[in-house]
Each structure stands twice: as C-alpha cells, then as structure tokens.
Design a protein around this ligand. Structure first.
Ligand code: NAD
Ligand code: TYD
Length: 350
C-alpha cells in the first residue's frame, strides 16, 4: 500500500463521500474509516464500497485516547483527514458540552496521537482538519469570508469548531505538525441527516409536514454540493501547502426562503403534486438564538492556487439530491425513528 490514511467521521454525511472518493480513486491507499457511529454515523452510507480491499472500518470514539493510540501505532498512518464532529447548530444550543468534548477534546486527542506517532519526522505526513465557515461569524449584506477573516463564532457549535481550528494551528506553530485546514460553507447532497435544512424539508415535503422556517427566513447561506467538497478536500490534502488554510464555497448564496420555495417547486414536480402544494407547508417559527445573518465564502485562493471549482449548478445538485432521497426512502425511514423523534419533539414541539 502506497499510503495509509485515517478518515475520522467517515460514516457521516461529508465523511462518507470523502471515504468513497478516496477508496475508489486511490486503490493503492489503505483507507481506515474511524467513527464512533453516533446518531449521525451510518454505515449504510458506505454499503457500495465496504467490500473494497483497501477499505477498513474501526468503531472508535475520538475521546478514547488508548484506542486511538493503538490504532495509530498499529497502522502508522501517513495522513489524517479529520471530519468527526458534532455538527448541528440546534443540537449545540440544546447541549453545548457534547460539542466541547468531541470537537475540541477529540481534535486535541487526534493531534496528540499524530504527534506521538510521527515524533518529529514529518516527511510525507499530513494532518488535514475539516472546518466550517461558521467560525467567522456573520456577514452583513455585502462582503465575503476569506482565509484572512478574523474568527467571531456565535453558536456553541461554531465556538467549538473555532477552538479546534486554533488547536490545529497551535500544533503546527508549536510542534511543527504538518497541518492543513479548510473552512467550507454549507454542504448539501445525498446521505445528509434529516435534521439540517435541505434534507429535513425534503422529508417533510414527502410526509406533508410543516416546513419550519426560522425567523423572517431572510438568512443567507452559501451552498455547496457535497461531492464538490469531497473533491476540494482531495485536492487540498494532496496539493495544499503545509500550515495553510483554504476557504471552500459554492459561489452560491441563497436566502433561506428563496431556497425553500425552489425546493418546494422541485418537490411538487417530482412528487406529481399540483404547483403550490408544498409552499402551503411553509410555517414561520421562532428564530434560532444567536442566528448568523449571512455566510458567503470567497473561494478564490483554492481556485487560483489549486485549480478547484464546483462542478454542478445548484439546480442540478438539488435535483440529484431530491432524486436520491426519493429513491432511498428506506435510508430515511431507518433514521427518522427513535432518537430522531425525541430530538424533533424537543426542537419543533411536535
Ligand atoms: P455528520 O454529523 O453528518 O457526521 C459526523 C460523523 O462524526 C458521524 O459519522 C459521527 O458518528 C462521527 N462522530 C461524532 N462524534 C464522534 C466521536 N466522538 N468519535 C468518533 N466519531 C464521531 O457531520 P458532517 O455534516 O458530515 O460534517 C463533517 C465535518 O465537516 C464536521 O467536522 C463539520 O464541522 C464539517 N463541516 C460540515 C459542513 C456541513 O454543511 N455539513 C460544512 C462545513 C464543514
Ligand atoms: P442548517 O442546515 O442547520 O445549517 P447551519 O445552521 O449550519 O447553516 O440551517 C441552514 C439555515 O436554515 C440556517 O439559516 C437555519 C435555517 N433553518 C430553518 O429555517 N429551519 C430549520 O428547521 C433548520 C434546521 C434550519
């Protein structure tokens, strides 16, 4: 095997697309998916590649230092691509401490495991940390986040991600650990857990349940198709410069309500509903506390330096995404029972 790479959080939404890309594109790499399988981790996401000879799964919590050390010492990874995290803002408002443990302490545990294994010999080694644009806080009507934007997190989620980014940079500056960080905008696509805006609303359109829009619905997000994020990670992991940060985004800003209306139109077409059927489900509800008004990324650096750009338009990506959910109703059914129902009632009251 040419390289051994540990991908953390590989059973989650983005991680599963990264694992699939690496397992299929690099048959000479040994890919180890390290994941605790929390509510958001689902091995069904990887059914199509789980029998590949270069794919391995380890059920490990990144809070378990002993197990982490054992896996690092036994496999001697050349690279870590770190995606394991608690990732949902609304859950972070309900229970911030889980975010501190996994996102902050878990990241430091991984940094320590890599530092111990590599022991100052960093040739051919890389610790790639996947972060979010939410660490930069909120934009006004104009302007963009870049690699130079000052951190200003507002939610417990973004505060925990910001903290983990600072630790990753500190391990580079203090111990020379060969790190790369990317901060990406909102992703969407197949295998997205139905607590986030797009998959939640697709599911609710199918179930004819209310579409709960927070506040005035005029919050703006920059949406990127998940496979384009996976491609960006591949490129920045292999070609990015050590110690650098790359901002990744879709050049694709949408106000929530406009996005929801487009989604409703596509859902009605695909479900064979009369036009306007899903729009009637739109329900404005109490705003999310600390809700950031606008996120938008200027992804010029990764475009110019590494040649990356998104491959699909939003309408194409959304259409692929909706088709996937309609064709994978069992995947949705398996997730929308038990723990999901408890969270749903706590968050939305029904
Ligand atoms: P997700 O919630 O779908 O998946 C997270 C995965 O991490 C799950 O498989 C879960 O089982 C695993 N995990 C959680 N806690 C763990 C622990 N203690 N030990 C080991 N595994 C654990 O998340 P996602 O949306 O795929 O996000 C992946 C990464 O990308 C996160 O770091 C997130 O901050 C970042 N990110 C996400 C987005 C987005 O729009 N979803 C955008 C930018 C950056
Ligand atoms: P989300 O998918 O949770 O991503 P993030 O908060 O990380 O950007 O939310 C995207 C936007 O949609 C955000 O402005 C909050 C809003 N939103 C709703 O209006 N209703 C909902 O039920 C959810 C989950 C999100």
């Amino acid at each position: 095997m040419n390289k051994t790479i540990i991908i953390t959080g590989g059973a989650g939404f983005i991680g599963s697309h990264v694992v699939r890309l690496f397992v299929t594109k690099y048959p000479d790499y040994k890919i180890i998916n390290l994941d605790a399988l929390t509510y958001a981790g689902n091995l069904e996401n990887l059914k199509d590649i789980e029998k590949s000879g270069n794919y391995y799964f380890e059920k490990v919590n990144i809070l378990d230092v002993e197990k982490l050390d054992k896996i690092f010492q036994n496999n001697k990874p050349d690279g870590i691509i770190h995606l394991a995290a608690e990732s949902h803002v609304d859950r972070s408002i309900l229970s911030p401490i889980d975010f501190v443990y996994t996102n902050v302490v878990g990241t430091v545990n991984l940094l320590n495991a890599a530092k111990k294994l590599w022991n100052g010999s960093y040739e051919g080694k890389r610790f790639y940390h996947v972060s979010t644009d939410e660490v930069f806080g909120a934009l006004g009507e104009t302007g963009f986040f870049t690699e130079e934007t000052k951190y200003d997190p507002h939610s417990p989620y973004s505060a925990s991600k910001a903290s983990s980014d600072h630790f990753v940079r500190a391990y580079h500056d203090t111990y020379g650990l060969p790190v790369v960080i990317s901060n990406c905008s909102n992703n969407y696509g197949p295998n997205h857990f139905p607590e986030k805006l797009i998959p939640l609303f697709i599911n609710n359109c199918i179930m004819k349940k209310p579409l709960p829009v927070y506040g005035d619905g005029l919050y703006t997000r920059d949406w990127l198709f998940v496979k384009d994020h996976a491609t960006a990670i591949d490129i920045a992991f292999h070609q990015g410069k050590t110690g650098e940060t790359y901002a990744i985004g879709g050049f694709n800003e949408w106000k929530n309500i406009d996005l929801v209306k487009l989604l409703c139109k596509l859902m009605d077409e695909k479900l064979g509903n009369a036009p306007g059927t899903s729009d009637k489900l739109i329900t404005y509800i109490k705003d999310r506390p600390g809700h950031d008004r606008r996120y938008a990324i200027d992804a010029t650096k990764i475009n110019k330096e590494l040649g990356w750009k998104p491959s699909v338009t939003f309408e194409e990506g959304l259409s692929i995404t909706i088709d996937w959910y309609l064709q994978n109703s069992d995947w949705l059914k398996h997730l929308t029972s038990g723990e999901y129902q408890n969270y749903y009632s706590e968050q939305y009251g029904s």
